[in-house]
Design a protein around this ligand. Structure first.
Ligand code: ATP
Ligand code: MG
Length: 138
């Protein structure tokens, strides 16, 4: 069993597709073992996306990620990291496969509805960024 951190970004929450995203996770056997809605300030978003600090889109991305509430979840399942990234689709929705969340709902390379951890090491760090040990269901 593997764990990954999933986020429904501010654009997804604002557009009312929380249910649609969760439906796709559950129907793909990704079990939600922790979940909450939070709103980050830009400093907190910068901490979360610190690996992208040097990228030209860093300020815009962290402004966007702090522009409204997000839904953060821990997903658990076999091969959860790769499986969830497959369901999300490519970062740029124009290159995402048919039937993926980003292909169906993203409107912009930045406003791409969902986030997912990219490795087991990142998943551990990202989960700990949002959830304490009492919030993680085993
Ligand atoms: P995420 O980490 O959010 O799951 P990802 O792993 O597919 O997405 P990353 O390369 O980690 O993509 O980029 C993080 C986020 O930064 C993207 O999801 C997107 O919102 C934004 N982003 C990435 N590339 C660009 C770009 N060229 N221009 C604007 N925003 C970008
Ligand atoms: Mg990433």
């Amino acid at each position: 069993m593997e764990r990954t951190l999933a986020i429904i970004k501010p654009d997804g929450v604002a557009r009312g597709i929380i249910g649609e995203v969760i439906q796709r996770l559950e129907s793909n056997k990704l079990k939600i073992t922790a979940m909450k809605m939070v709103k980050m300030n830009q400093e907190q978003a910068k901490g979360f996306y610190a690996v992208h600090e040097e990228r030209p889109f860093f300020d815009s991305l962290t402004y966007f990620m702090s522009s409204g509430p997000i839904v953060v979840m821990v997903l658990e399942g076999e091969n959860a990291i790769a499986k969830y990234r497959e369901i999300m689709g490519a970062t740029d929705y124009r290159q995402a496969d048919e039937g993926t969340i980003r292909k169906d709902f993203a409107t912009d390379i930045e406003k791409n509805v969902v986030h997912g951890s990219d490795s087991p090491e990142t998943a551990v760090i990202e989960i700990a960024y949002f959830f304490n040990r009492f919030e993680l269901i085993h």
